[in-house]
Design a protein around this ligand. Structure first.
Ligand code: GDP
Ligand code: IMO
Ligand code: MG
Length: 430
């Protein structure tokens, strides 16, 4: 059995966690391959809410091995707190496997993330301030500390001393802050080794063992295509590559190991943080306020009100192409139930009147385009209890079919509420 990837097609918070949880019931491994605790994935099962940042969303099934791959950046304090939270809810979290090659987020990464943002002023990115950018920067600079370094206190200390020479110079001389105390920091991190050691593993080997045995391995994306360091709205992006192709580097598999790629599409658009958003509707606009109210559009992680707009199919189509999605999981269709009519962005218009049927590569153009909409009928009936295709009103199906026709990719699942059971499976699903 090959691998399957769940990937975000917009700006994050599409409901990746929720569909990972749904699909993981048939998997034996569920693997995170990039990002860190900037992610916030919410699962609702039998009314119980689980908010996950680092642990893969397959964790709720006892037969699924949750794996944190080498491509993830890990704050060990956050990981352990999340494991405690899961244990307190009766979930066995000791089976989690953590790649020894994953990089550690250190306190100075978080401090530098906060300072960078402050110094950018109005040009700030609106990061989650979790230290993600500085941790990936150190990985690329080859001065990062990795999970496996915790297993060798001498090496850990040597690497820490080396990197602190530069970090303390920047903190004290550039930002006028106090230096980091190496003794204190080393003691703080190494004190976690006893709890972490049993979790650390060769996760590449685990993934390949499962693939070799024809078991289904599910790779859970965090963030999304338009937050991708290469393919997103740079510089208003995260510091990893959330696209499906990153599974290869972030979990150690090859392209031929992946067969199914599920693009998660929210039925409208949201974004947290700064950056261009062609179809944005602003706070105070009745549609925006209704989407925020009905959709609960506040960040899982930071509590910020999410920016909102109608569904932008120009960006979704681009995303489905970059990720070579085999299917779409459409979420939050229920949130649209209250509208008389729905708009869908099908093209952009540039400042000079040029029509764009694709996402313009040049940011000077993208920042100024305006959405071109098509209008579709609303359905005005609650669909939260829909269980099968026939339960959906015809206007809701029309909305789904419009997405399929526009993108050329089949919708195989529709989310009609946050609960695991609030999933309508369309006939084409495997
Ligand atoms: P992720 O980061 O992509 O996993 O998404 P988040 O969990 O950050 O945000 C999605 C939010 O929408 C969560 O609060 C989910 O419980 C909720 N959600 C997911 N799918 C649906 C759906 O189909 N309908 C509704 N009403 N809520 C949903
Ligand atoms: P999930 O997995 C939505 C956004 C931040 C900011 C930008 C850079 O829940 O979909 P970072 O802290 O990564 O350096 O911030 O990326 N961002 C997300 N937005 N969902 C996420 O994750 C996000 N992770 C990062 O708001 O704009
Ligand atoms: Mg989220």
């Amino acid at each position: 059995m090959p691998g399957a990837v769940i990937v975000g097609t917009q700006w994050g918070d599409e409901g990746k966690g929720r569909f990972t949880d749904y699909l993981a019931k048939d998997a034996s491994l569920c693997v995170r391959y990039q990002g860190g605790h900037n992610a916030g994935h919410t699962l609702v099962v039998d009314g119980q809410v689980f908010k996950l940042q680092l642990v893969p969303s397959g964790v709720l099934y006892p037969w699924v091995l949750p794996v944190i791959g080498n491509g993830v950046v890990v704050d060990p304090h956050v990981l352990l707190a999340e494991l405690d939270m899961l244990e307190s809810k009766g979930i066995d979290s000791r089976r989690i496997r953590l790649s020894g090659n994953a990089h550690l987020i250190m306190p100075y990464h978080q401090e530098l993330d906060r300072l960078n943002e402050r110094y950018l002023g109005n040009a700030k990115l609106g990061t989650t301030k979790r230290g993600i950018g500085p941790a990936y920067a150190d990985k690329a600079m080859r001065v990062g500390l990795r999970v496996q370094d915790l297993l060798d206190p001498k090496i850990f200390r040597e690497k820490l001393d080396l990197v602190l020479r530069e970090k303390n110079g920047v903190l004290t001389k550039v930002y006028n802050r106090l230096p980091v105390d190496a003794d204190e920091l080393a003691a703080n991190y190494l004190a976690l080794t006893d709890r972490l050691e049993p979790l650390i593993d060769d996760t590449v080997h685990l993934v390949h063992e499962a693939l070799d045995e024809d078991q289904w391995v599910l790779f859970e994306g965090a963030q999304a295509t338009f937050l991708d360091l290469d393919h997103g709205t740079y510089p208003f992006v995260t510091s990893s590559n959330p696209v499906a192709g990153t599974v290869c580097a972030g979990a150690g598999v090859g392209p031929r190991d992946i067969e199914r790629i599920v693009g998660v599409v929210k039925a409208y658009t949201t974004r947290v943080g700064s950056g261009p958003f062609p179809a944005e509707l602003f706070e105070g606009d009745p549609v925006s306020d209704a989407l925020v109210d009905r959709g609960g559009e506040f960040g899982t992680n930071t509590g910020r009100r999410r920016r909102t707009g109608w569904l932008d199919l120009v960006m979704v189509k681009h995303s489905l192409r970059i990720n070579t999605c085999t299917e779409i999981a459409l979420t939050k269709l229920d949130v649209l139930s209250s509208f008389d009519e729905l708009k869908v962005c099908v093209a952009y218009e540039g400042e000079d009147g040029t029509r764009y049927d694709h996402v313009p590569y040049h940011q000077s153009v993208l920042h100024k385009v305006r959405p071109v909409y098509e209008t579709l009928p609303g359905w005005h009936v609650d669909i939260e209890r829909a269980a099968v295709l026939e339960d959906l009103p015809s206007a809701a199906m029309e909305y789904v079919r419009f997405i399929e026709q526009f993108t050329g990719v089949p919708v195989t699942f529709v989310g009609v509420g946050p609960g695991r059971e609030q999933t309508v499976v369309l006939p084409r699903a495997a």
